[in-house]
Design a protein around this ligand. Structure first.
Ligand code: HEC
Length: 519
C-alpha cells in the first residue's frame, strides 16, 4: 500500500512537471502534418506498410510503437547515417519532429481542435513523368509463393538510336506488394534468353540480372517518386537496349497480381553522361579476398581502388545480401583528407537505396577510394538464411554474398561541386508543421536495454537517475509500473509472451520508449 502511494505521488509529480515544461502538441496542430509528411506515403490503406497511419485513431492506437521506432530511428527506413554526410531527398525526421511526437505521446496524445483537423493526403496519384518518351510494362504477374520473391522482367526499350535518360519512374502496378525494384539496362541477349527459358513471365534472380553487361540505372523504394539524374547529367542508353527490372515482392502475398510500369524521360544529347559502375567490388578490388565467410564467423573485408583522374560523384549504392551487417565507403586524398561517402551501420537488405548526395562530390586525381563491409554468418544474425549457418561465398543466389559499391561517376568539370541536387536536410514542408517553437530533448538519452527479446529480466544501461518504468501492451494498456532507484534489473517474467513498449521517465523528466519482446 505504502509503495503504491509513493508510486502515485511520483507519477503525479512527474506529470505536473512535464506539462509545465512541454507545450502540449496536438494532432491537429502539428502531429498530423509530420505523419502526412514522413509516414503515409507507405502507411496508407493501399501502401506497402502493414498498417495505415492516415487517421488520428490509427496513430493514437500505434503511438507507443511509433515513439519507440522514431527514437530508435528505425522508421522511416533510411539506413545511411547522416551525421557526416547528408543525402538528397532523404526522408528522415529532424530531432525537433521526433521530440514533438514523443511530447504528444507523453501528454496522452490529444486530438486538439476537431474543427481544424488537416485534410489527409490522397494516394491515387498520377504520374510524376507526365510526358514520357518511353513507357514499358512488365507482363501481368501473379506471385506464386508466400516467401520473398525476386523476379526479373525484361522490357525492350525500342530505341533504334542512342538516347540519354534524364529521369526514370517506376510506377507500381500493385502498391501493396511492390517492396522495391532495381532497374538495369542491358544490350546483351542474356536476360531476354533467361526470360524465354522460364515458362512464367520474367525469371527468378536474386542478386544481379545474370548478365555481366547489365548496368544499374536506378532503384525504386515505396514513397519515392521519379529518379532524376543530377541537373545537367543523364545516362546514355545504347541503341536497342533492354530495360531489365528486378521486382521484390515481400512474403505473404501469394496470389496477388502486379504489372509495374517503367517510364523514361530522355534529355538532350548534351547532358553529361553518368556511368554507374561497381567501383568497389568483390571481384577485382578486394584487398583481403576472396569473399568467403565460413559458417559461424564474423568477417570484415576491405576494398580499395586508386583514382587517377578528377571525377564527379553524384550518387552511391552499396549492395550486399542477407548476412551483410554493415558497409561503408570513403575517399582519402593525396593530401590525406578524408571524404566521407557512406556509412550504413545496420545493413538491411530490404531497404536499399541509390543515395544521391546533396551536391556532387569531387573525387580528386591521386586519391584512393576505400570500402569496408562486415558479414555476420552466425546464429546471432536474425537475417541469416541458414540455421545452422553454412559456409558462404560470392554468388547471385539468396544464400550467396556480394560486396558491391556502385557509384554514379562523370568526368569532373570545375563548378560541379556547387550544383544543387537537393540541399534540404529533410522533406520540404517540415518547417510548416510547427505552430510553436518549444522543444524537449527527449530522444537524446542513449539507453540500451538487454537482453531483448527477454524471458524475464531486462537490464537498462545509460540512466543516471531514479526513474519510473511503465510498460504498455500492444493495445496501449498499462501492464506494469515500477520506480527504480538503482540500476537493478526489471523483472517482467509475469507478462505473457508478446510485444510491449517500455516507457522510461527519469527524474530529470527525460522520456524514452523502447520496444521489448517477452519470449
Ligand atoms: C518507405 C516506406 C515507409 C515509410 C516512409 C514509413 N514506414 Fe513505417 N513501416 C514500413 C514497412 C514496410 C513496415 C513493416 C516492417 C518493415 O518492413 O520494415 C513498417 C513498420 C512500421 C512500424 C512497426 C515497427 C515495429 O517495430 O513493429 C512502425 C511503428 C512504423 N512503421 C512507423 C512509421 C512512422 C511513424 C513513419 C513516419 C515517421 C513511418 N513508419 C514511415 C514502411 C514505411
Amino acid at each position: 500500500m505504502k509503495l503504491k502511494n509513493l508510486l502515485i505521488t511520483l507519477t503525479t509529480l512527474v506529470l505536473v512537471e512535464n506539462s509545465a515544461k512541454a507545450h502540449n502538441p496536438t494532432w491537429t496542430d502539428s502531429i498530423a502534418c509530420i505523419v502526412y509528411t514522413h509516414c503515409t506515403s507507405c502507411h496508407n490503406q493501399n501502401g506497402i506498410a502493414p498498417f495505415s497511419l492516415m487517421t488520428y485513431n490509427d496513430v493514437f492506437q500505434n503511438r507507443f510503437s511509433i515513439a519507440s521506432s522514431l527514437q530508435a530511428r528505425s522508421m522511416p527506413p533510411f539506413p545511411a547515417k547522416q551525421d557526416k554526410r547528408k543525402y538528397a531527398h532523404a526522408n528522415t525526421l529532424s530531432d525537433h519532429e521526433i521530440d514533438e511526437i514523443v511530447d504528444w505521446v507523453n501528454n496522452f496524445a490529444p486530438l486538439g481542435n476537431a474543427n481544424n483537423i488537416p485534410t489527409p493526403p490522397t494516394y491515387s496519384s498520377g504520374y510524376q513523368i507526365a510526358n514520357p518518351d518511353f513507357v514499358g510494362k512488365i507482363p501481368t504477374y501473379t506471385v506464386t509463393s508466400n516467401n520473398d520473391v525476386y523476379r526479373m522482367f525484361v522490357i525492350p526499350a525500342n530505341n533504334s538510336t542512342q538516347q540519354t535518360i534524364q529521369s526514370i519512374e517506376v510506377y507500381p502496378g500493385n502498391r501493396e506488394i511492390v517492396h522495391h525494384a532495381l532497374v538495369f539496362q542491358d544490350t546483351s541477349l542474356i536476360p531476354f534468353t533467361l526470360d524465354q527459358n522460364d515458362p512464367l513471365p520474367g525469371y527468378s534472380a536474386f542478386g544481379g540480372t545474370g548478365s555481366p553487361t547489365s548496368k544499374l540505372l536506378a532503384v525504386y523504394t515505396p514513397g519515392q517518386g521519379a529518379f532524376n539524374f543530377a541537373p545537367g547529367f543523364g545516362a546514355i542508353m545504347l541503341p536497342n537496349s533492354y530495360i531489365v527490372i528486378q521486382m521484390h515482392y515481400p512474403g505473404g502475398v501469394s496470389g496477388q497480381v502486379d504489372s509495374t510500369m517503367v517510364r523514361l524521360k530522355y534529355g538532350s544529347s548534351s547532358l553529361r553522361n553518368v556511368t554507374t559502375v561497381a567501383a568497389l567490388n568483390h571481384g577485382s578490388t578486394l584487398t583481403n579476398g576472396p569473399l568467403f565467410i565460413p559458417a559461424n564467423t564474423v568477417r570484415t573485408f576491405n576494398n580499395q581502388v586508386s583514382n587517377t583522374v578528377n571525377r564527379t560523384l553524384t550518387g552511391i549504392m552499396p549492395h550486399m545480401h542477407l548476412i551483410g551487417r554493415s558497409i561503408k565507403a570513403y575517399c582519402v586524398t593525396a593530401t590525406n583528407d578524408t571524404i566521407h561517402l557512406i556509412d550504413i551501420p545496420e545493413w538491411d537488405f530490404h531497404w536499399q537505396y541509390f543515395y544521391q548526395f546533396q551536391k556532387p562530390i569531387l573525387l580528386p586525381a591521386g586519391s584512393v577510394i576505400y570500402g569496408q563491409a562486415t558479414y555476420d554468418n552466425t546464429t546471432n544474425n536474425p537475417h541469416n538464411p541458414n540455421n545452422p549457418p553454412q559456409d558462404v561465398s560470392v554468388g547471385e543466389g539468396t544464400e550467396d554474398e556480394m560486396f558491391l559499391i556502385y557509384m554514379n561517376l562523370s568526368t569532373y568539370l570545375p563548378g560541379d561541386t556547387n550544383i544543387i541536387i537537393d540541399t534540404l536536410s529533410h522533406f520540404p514542408h517540415d518547417a510548416s508543421c510547427f505552430q510553436t517553437t518549444g522543444t524537449n530533448d527527449y530522444n537524446r538519452l542513449n539507453v540500451i536495454i538487454y537482453p531483448n527479446p527477454t524471458s524475464g529480466l531486462i537490464r537498462l544501461e545509460g540512466i543516471k537517475t531514479a526513474y519510473l518504468a511503465t510498460i504498455y501492451n500492444s493495445e496501449g494498456k498499462i501492464v506494469f509500473t515500477k520506480t527504480n532507484e538503482t540500476n537493478e534489473p526489471l523483472n517482467i517474467q509475469h507478462l505473457t509472451i508478446g510485444i510491449y513498449y517500455l516507457q522510461i521517465r527519469t527524474k530529470d523528466n527525460e522520456v524514452i520508449y523502447k520496444k521489448i519482446v517477452r519470449q
